[in-house]
Ligand binder design. Structure first.
Ligand code: G1P
Length: 277
């Protein structure tokens, strides 16, 4: 629910799914996260208040959120890993392909990242994960793939067929610099794989391990998406996303840019608390 400029992170994820053509959303929540359900729900009290005060713009924003989607919520009672969270959705997803969005990866792209993956899925009919090159010192924070490039749409450096993958390897054990980013298009066979695997890294059921298990029977692709990804789960990544998203806003960009210009960033004391006599 952390707001990026003025919308919670999860809303960016939901909007990306909607703009990619997805209509049914399942949100996996847990204890203490009921604010998410309220956010996407109709807020009668707030709508009534805004109506009586004639705040039309705000009223439209509030209505947009609740009109946007048909959401189901499933609770993950214990935080036993991403794979475990995905498995919670088995009954509701049934036997259809589905996508997974991790909202702390915020992706700014002309064509939504999930749409780019869906295009690959529609061509090959096989699971696809989002990939990004990351520097060696950061690689151990990710699922990492061993993959060979595949020509697609006249391009040889975006699509990969995955040979193997490993969750959060040590820098020296990483099979490549291609990290999995939080967007996946999956087929329902993943659920059987997730049921079969043991807990892995951090004692959790990892989605990467489930995909590695599925690789024995199914080709899986990776797509180096076009766009900029911000790791909003990291403090510095969150700050970068906040500044860049604010600068791009029609209503805020101008005055915010002017404000930033007034900061003397060469001066190391800017932003540090100063003592007043
Ligand atoms: C999760 C996945 C990891 C992936 C990452 C992308 O890790 O387990 O494979 O590379 O998201 O953000 P987490 O960031 O939850 O530790």
């Amino acid at each position: 629910m952390l707001p990026l400029v003025d919308k919670p992170l999860i809303q960016y994820g939901v909007e990306e799914a909607i703009h990619s053509g997805i209509q049914n959303i399942v949100i996996i929540t847990g204890r203490g996260k009921s604010a998410i359900e309220d956010h996407f729900d109709v807020s009668f009290e707030l709508e009534h208040l805004l109506e009586t005060r004639n705040k039309k713009d705000l009223l439209a924003t509030v209505r947009n959120i609740s009109d946007m989607i048909d959401v189901a919520y499933i609770r993950q009672r214990e935080a036993l890993g991403l794979g475990h969270a995905v498995l919670r959705a088995r009954a509701i997803v049934g036997s259809e392909p589905f996508a997974v969005v991790l909202s702390d990866d915020v992706i700014d792209a002309e064509i939504p990242c999930l749409r780019q993956l869906l295009d690959v899925y529609e061509f090959f009919g096989a699971p696809v994960v989002a990939l990004m090159e990351v520097p060696p010192e950061a690689i151990s924070a990710y699922g990492v793939v061993d993959a060979e490039p595949v020509s697609h749409n006249g391009c040889r450096d975006r699509l990969y067929r995955i040979r193997n993958m490993v969750e959060k390897p040590r820098k020296e054990d990483a099979p490549s610099n291609l990290a999995i980013i939080g967007r996946y298009v999956l087929t329902p066979e993943i659920f059987d794989s997730l049921e079969m695997i043991e807990a892995g890294t951090l004692g959790e059921i990892q989605l990467t391990d489930g995909l590695k298990h599925l690789l024995r029977n199914r080709p899986i692709y990776g797509y180096k998406f076009e766009g900029t990804r911000y790791d909003a789960g990291d403090k510095l990544g969150f700050l970068k996303a906040t500044v860049e998203f604010a600068l791009r806003r029609d209503d805020l960009g101008g005055p915010f840019r002017e404000y930033l210009k007034t900061l003397n960033l060469q001066d190391q004391t800017v932003g540090k608390a100063t003592e007043h006599a």
